[in-house]
Design a protein around this ligand. Structure first.
Ligand SMILES: NC(=O)c1ccc[n+]([C@@H]2O[C@H](COP(=O)([O-])OP(=O)(O)OC[C@H]3O[C@@H](n4cnc5c(N)ncnc54)[C@H](O)[C@@H]3O)[C@@H](O)[C@H]2O)c1
Length: 312
C-alpha cells in the first residue's frame, strides 16, 4: 500500500484529503499540532487500520518512512495566522524545509498547498501562474503571504538543486463542511450569522468579488496533481473562476437558510484585495480538471454541516 503523509491533516482541507486517500486505499499518516485542526474532523477515521494520527509540529524535523507527502500544515484564515504571526512564518518556512528534507531522504513526491495570497493585491485579473504578484512584505498579512512565497521558493530550489519531485498548487478560496465557525472567512461568517439570526457583516460596500471552490472539487484537483507526470511541477492554480460579489453571496445564504438576518456594513480591513479570481486554464489542460459543484449545491452542504454542529 502506498504510504502517504498529510500534514495539517486534522484541518478543514486536510481531513477531506485524508478521507479521500483512505477511500482510495492508501496507508495514511496524518500529522497535526491541532493549532486550528480538530480531532472531531478525523475521529471517524481513527478506527481504520490504514489511518494513523500523529501529534507533531512541522516546524520541527520529522523522521518517518513515506512515499508521498501533501504539505498542508499552516493556519489559513487571517484571524488564525495573525494570532501568532512569527509561528505562522515558522510553520510555512521551517515546515517546508523539514518536509522537503523528509522527501529528499525518503525519495518521496511532495505537494505544497500554496495559496492565491502569493498574488497579493493583484494588478491583473484573472491571475495566471506567471503573474509574480503584488505583496506587501511588512503588513499584518505578510507572515502568511510571504511565508507561502518563501515555501514555494524552497520547493523550486529543492527541485533544481536536489532533483526532488515537487508539485505546487495555488489554492483559491475554498469552502465546505468542517470549516471553522469563527475563522472570519466570509462563507462561514455569513452562514453562522444567518443561522444564529445575527446581522450579516459586509465589509466595504459589498461590491468586491471573490470566487469560491467547493472542497470536493479542490481535493479532486490535488489528487490529480499528485498523480500527474513528474515534469508537471506547477505552480498551478486551483479554484473556481465563477465570481460573486459579497452582496450576492449574502443574499444566496439568506435564501438557502431562510434566515431573517439583516446586512450590517463595516470598513474594509487592511490589505484586503478588491477582486480575486483564478485563471484555471493550466489545470484544465494539464489535469483535465474543472470545478463541477455549483455554489448553491456547495452552500447547501455547508449550511447542513453548520446546522448540525452549531444548532445540534
Ligand atoms: N481553505 C482555503 O481556502 C485555502 C486557500 C489557500 C490555501 N490554503 C492552504 O491549505 C492548507 C490547509 O488549509 P485549511 O483551510 O484546511 O486550514 P486549517 O487551519 O483548517 O488547516 C491547517 C491545519 O494545519 C495544522 N497546523 C498548523 N500549524 C501546524 C504546525 N506547525 N504543525 C502541524 N500542523 C499544523 C492545523 O492544526 C490545521 O489542522 C493551508 O496550508 C492553507 O494555507 C487553504
Amino acid at each position: 500500500m502506498e504510504k502517504v503523509l498529510v500534514t495539517g491533516g486534522a484541518g478543514f482541507l486536510g481531513s477531506h484529503l485524508c478521507d479521500r486517500l483512505v477511500a482510495d486505499g492508501c496507508d495514511v499518516l496524518c500529522v497535526d499540532n491541532f493549532f486550528t485542526g480538530a480531532k472531531s474532523n478525523i475521529a471517524h477515521l481513527l478506527s481504520n487500520p490504514y489511518f494513523e494520527l500523529m501529534r507533531h509540529d512541522v516546524s520541527f524535523p520529522l523522521y518517518v518512512e513515506i512515499g508521498k507527502i501533501y504539505n498542508l500544515a499552516c493556519p489559513a484564515s487571517p484571524v488564525h495566522y495573525q494570532h501568532d504571526p512569527v509561528q505562522t512564518t515558522k510553520t510555512s518556512v521551517h515546515g517546508a524545509i523539514n518536509m522537503l528534507g523528509l522527501a529528499k531522504r525518503t525519495n518521496a513526491t511532495i505537494l505544497q498547498a500554496s495559496t492565491s495570497e502569493v498574488y497579493g493585491d493583484p494588478e491583473v485579473h484573472p491571475q495566471t501562474e506567471d503573474y509574480w504578484g503584488r505583496v506587501n512584505p511588512i503588513g499584518p498579512r505578510s507572515c502568511y503571504d510571504e511565508g507561502k512565497r518563501c515555501a514555494e521558493t524552497l520547493f523550486f530550489d529543492y527541485h533544481r538543486q536536489h532533483q526532488l519531485r515537487i508539485k505546487v498548487v495555488r489554492i483559491f478560496n475554498t469552502y465546505g463542511p468542517r470549516m471553522h465557525p469563527n475563522d472570519g472567512r466570509v462563507v462561514s461568517n455569513f452562514i453562522v450569522q444567518a443561522l444564529r439570526g445575527e446581522d450579516i457583516t459586509i465589509y466595504g460596500n459589498g461590491e468586491q468579488t471573490r470566487s469560491f471552490c467547493y472542497v470536493d472539487d479542490l481535493i479532486e484537483a490535488m489528487v490529480r496533481m499528485m498523480g500527474s507526470p513528474d515534469e508537471l511541477t506547477g505552480p498551478i492554480n486551483i479554484g473556481n473562476p465563477n465570481e460573486v460579489t459579497m452582496l450576492e453571496l449574502a443574499e444566496t445564504v439568506l435564501s438557502l437558510t431562510g434566515s431573517k438576518s439583516t446586512l450590517a456594513y463595516k470598513p474594509l480591513p487592511a490589505d484586503d484585495p478588491r477582486q480575486r479570481r483564478p485563471d484555471i486554464s493550466l489545470a484544465k489542460s494539464k489535469l483535465v480538471w474543472q470545478p463541477t459543484v455549483s455554489l448553491e449545491d456547495g452552500l447547501r452542504e455547508t449550511i447542513a454541516y453548520f446546522r448540525r454542529t452549531l444548532l445540534g
